[in-house]
Structure formats: C-alpha cells, structure tokens
Design a protein around this ligand. Sequence first.
Ligand SMILES: Nc1nc2c(c(=O)[nH]1)N[C@H]1C(S)=C(S)[C@@H](COP(=O)(O)O)O[C@H]1N2
Ligand SMILES: [Mo]
Length: 247
Amino acid sequence: MIARRTLIAGGAGLVLAGCDRVIRQPEVRTILFKGEDMHRGLQRALSNRDALAPEFRPDQMSPRFRTNGTRDPGTPEYAALRAGRFADWRLTVDGLVARPLRLSLGDLGAFPQRAQITRHDCVEGWSAIGKWQGPRLGDVLNAAGLRDAARYIVFTCADLYGGAPYYESIDLVDAFHPQTILAWAMNDRFLDVGHGAPLRLRVERQLGYKHAKYLMRVSAVASLDGIGKGRGGYWEDNVDYDWWAGI
Ligand SMILES: Nc1nc2c(c(=O)[nH]1)N[C@H]1C(S)=C(S)[C@@H](COP(=O)(O)O)O[C@H]1N2
Ligand SMILES: [Mo]
C-alpha cells in the first residue's frame, strides 16, 4: 500500500524512479512483494497500469450514447427480473472467495460510491462520453475476501450468444483499479435496459467489449482454462479480439 501510494504520487513519468525507490527500501519491499501480492505488485510497478483514464466535465457528455451488442437479453428469466424492476435480481459473487455473496441493488448502493465521466471506446470505431456510478469492484471483492489463488475475475451476463451467456474477464490489476466500478447508474439515472440494466462493469482502461452489461455473476478464478473456450471472453473465444484491450 505504501509502495502503491509512492508510485501514484510519483506520477506517470516517475514510475521507474518510484519503482527503484521501492525496491531499495527493504520494509516496503516486504509489504509490496509479500506472498500473494507479489504478482499484483510486480505488474503494477512494471507497467503503470494504475494510471487513470481521462475524466471529463458534465458539459462534455455525449448528447446521445448509442447502445451496442445486446440491447435486451430477452430471456424469460431476464424479462421476469425486469418486470419486477430488478427487486429480485441478485449479483452472485463467488469462486475463490472466503465469503460468497448475493448482493441486491440496495446492497451495492450501500458501498462507498464512485461517479466518473469517461469516454467509452468501441472497437468498431465509435466513442461516447457518459457518467457512470457504482461501487468499486475492488471494494466488493474485498467484502467477499479473495483467496490467495485468485488471479482473474470472470463476469457472467444475462444475455446469451449462441445459447451461452456473454462473459468477460479481467486480471486483478484492473479489478482493483480505482476507476473499475460496478455501475448501476448512467447519466444520473438507473441504467436502462439498452445499456445493461441493472448492473454493468466499467473498466475504463480497456475497450468497450470488456465492459460486460447485464451482470449476474462475478467469480474469482485461478485460471481462464475451461471457461468458454478458455480465451477469457465471448469475443476473444469467437472472434480474434485480444483479451487485453488496453487503451
Ligand atoms: N452482456 C453484454 N455486454 C456487452 C456487450 C454485449 O453484447 N453483451 N457488448 C459489448 C460492446 S462490444 C460494447 S461497445 C459495449 C456497449 O455498451 P453500450 O450498449 O452501453 O453502448 O458493451 C459491451 N458489453
Ligand atoms: Mo464494442
């Protein structure tokens, strides 16, 4: 934690200097590289993936934010949840966690909230600026207590592609990035169905297809093997999209 603050305070241009400083302080090194944190700490120190995505002013928000991919999951299960205004919807948080959770929208609203105005970039070549609000994914994962073996977070959605749920995954660096949130609000209103009601991922350092809509389940796993075709997401499995879609 100390080391991480040092890196952030150092700013993007000073990451290497910050890294050097970290490595030379034995007590900081112990904290940063202790056991399970080694993987995460090392990646952060080497790649500056803590850098924030640009945030915008309210007057820069796009007057129209198009929808893409699924615009309504349309399954009987989803239709029933939607008819009940998502009162019966729960987000399952499971996998390699100490305390599996089932969270209602009210539960998610009880976490500290983050609001951010960011630009969504779709690989198909369009962008839009919108405001998103929700708890940090990292806070939710901490509430569940990640087990030591966890390496990736897998998101399972309510919409089906060829009979299987849309899914996506990110690593722990992105999962604990401060702008990675589980958004239940867009532009100061509840998410509408087109944009992923009742909950979607915002992972602002990556392209649009990583931002899973219609979230049903968040699972911590040690490996992506055996999930879908093993490449970490619907588009990665079925088209040649990269798993890492950094921008
Ligand atoms: N569950 C689910 N999530 C999804 C998709 C989808 O089809 N299903 N499409 C992705 C793509 S390609 C983009 S660009 C964004 C579109 O988000 P929007 O509809 O809010 O613009 O959602 C992403 N997340
Ligand atoms: Mo996209």
